[in-house]
Design a protein around this ligand. Structure first.
Ligand code: 4AD
Ligand code: MG
Length: 432
């Protein structure tokens, strides 16, 4: 007999097959039992009719408790009443793994309880849908960069440098030396761009940030493209094309997940329209001040209420251009005619999801970069390899970093970034 997965049921109508699954839910009467089956690819219904299977199998079905693992035998049928469209008429059930008193029941549970049971919570249909969106974004990322002539480069996780400032580094021992978990692969990606032209990385990054917001993780995944012989305006075009491609890929390939999440497709469709609007940092400050944000002065970084207000003034993702030099990292290219700002952009997602991309053109003058390294209190010896890039064929180059989890959170339309990663590391949580 053929073993199949639920998602492939449509190719097996009329056949008797075997499926390994878990019992997600169940209801029964005296004569018929409905088992909600889950195998990781999809959910569908199994029907057990007492008069067809006999007393023993029917009693077994009636007594199956939540999350029992079973091998189901039966015939695949069309089912016009369910959205999935197929069901299985069960003839045999073999229990593979028992489950008693499963802690997550169909009733409402508090977030702390669910987070403590994250290893089990992942089995729920909403979490399943979010992980499908995440997986699609990962797949589409590789497709986009491979199609556009980028090569995938893996920067190290254990590093001696601090691209995004020294305050939020995880320090560890590297034999008799100090090392840090990577905050960003960017500096290494700059070296890679000088070697290979257009490169992208995709890996975990770490920020020992004492932030407890719905947008912050301690460990998150970042996609960091870096492009040689390229200025900022062209990078913004790559960024908006990439993000629009991700949105379209989720629309095309996550139908079932979008239904489970109740995500409005028309809203998402708007985010595939190019170009995305651009507003300067200066104009953004003015916009905020005109609209009653008296707390913001030129020179301040934006907090989430500010970002949300700016985003709500547009109905696509928006780029905020050229922030004050004083609040940005050492490596950004100075503005050609202004002392006080650098050539950079953050992309702010709509609907209050905040910054999803940070990027910039890079400073390429050796003397300027050295001076900035010193001014930021960094040890120039640890950056001498980085300074070499400004000595041997230094060229204009630009790059950006997209936060995977913020993007998953936004496209899934969920409240908090903690549900966008299988096992979130948060300020007060490293379990499970
Ligand atoms: O703006 P960030 O800090 O930029 C960089 O690290 C650059 N070196 C990237 C580059 O130019 N190659 O981070 C980039 C993105 C943010 O826009 C956000 O989406 C995400 O990474 N991010 C976080 N996501 C979750 N939790 C956190 N604590 C995050 N910090 C940044
Ligand atoms: Mg940033």
């Amino acid at each position: 007999m053929k073993s199949i997965q639920i998602l492939d049921a449509k190719h097996h109508v009329g056949e008797t097959v075997q499926i390994g699954a878990w019992i997600a839910n169940k209801r029964s009467s005296g004569k018929i039992a409905f088992l909600q089956l889950r195998d990781g690819t999809a959910y569908f219904q199994g029907i057990v009719v007492k008069s067809e299977v006999g007393e023993d199998v029917f009693q077994l079905a009636k007594n199956l408790s939540q999350e029992t693992a079973v091998l189901i035998t039966g015939e695949i049928r069309e089912d016009s009443r369910s959205k999935f469209g197929y069901e299985i008429g069960i003839s045999g059930i073999e229990v593979v793994g028992e489950s008693h008193d499963y802690p997550i029941t169909p009733k409402e549970h508090g977030t702390d309880f669910l987070m403590d049971h994250r290893h089990l919570w992942l089995r729920s249909s909403k979490q399943h849908a979010i992980m499908q969106v995440r997986s699609e974004i990962i797949r589409a990322t590789y497709e986009f960069f491979n199609q556009n002539g980028f090569i995938k480069i893996d920067p190290p996780i254990l590093t001696g440098s601090a691209p995004e400032g020294t305050t939020d580094l995880f320090e560890t021992n590297y034999f008799d030396q100090k090392a840090y978990l990577s905050q960003s692969g960017q500096l290494y990606m700059e070296a890679a761009a000088m070697a290979f032209g257009k490169v992208f990385s995709f890996g975990p990054t770490f920020r020992a940030e004492k932030s407890k917001t719905r947008r912050h993780l301690i460990e998150f995944w970042m996609i960091e493209p870096e492009m040689a012989f390229m200025h900022q305006e062209e990078s913004l075009e790559v960024q908006e094309q990439y993000v629009a491609f991700l949105v379209q890929s989720v629309l095309d390939n996550c139908d079932y997940a979008l239904d489970v999440l109740g995500r409005d497709r028309e809203v998402l469709q708007k985010y595939t329209k190019l170009p995305f609007p651009r507003i300067s940092y200066d104009d953004a400050v003015e916009l905020l001040q005109k609209n009653g944000f008296d707390d913001i002065q030129w020179g301040d970084d934006f907090g989430s209420p500010h970002e949300t207000f700016i985003a709500n003034s547009f109905d696509q993702p928006v780029f905020i251009l050229n922030y004050p030099k004083a609040i940005k990292p050492f490596y950004m290219k100075p503005h050609p005619t202004r002392e006080d700002v650098v050539i950079c952009a953050d992309m702010i997602a709509p609907e209050g999801y905040g910054e999803i991309i940070g990027g910039s053109e890079r400073a390429i003058d050796h003397e300027y970069v050295l001076e900035q390294i010193k001014a930021h209190g960094l040890d120039e010896n640890e950056y001498s390899w980085y300074l070499d890039l400004r000595k041997y064929g230094s060229v204009p180059h630009t790059g950006f970093g997209l936060g995977l989890e913020r993007t998953v959170t936004w496209l899934s339309g969920i409240e908090h970034v903690r549900e966008s990663i299988p096992f979130p590391r948060l300020l007060n949580r490293i379990y499970p």
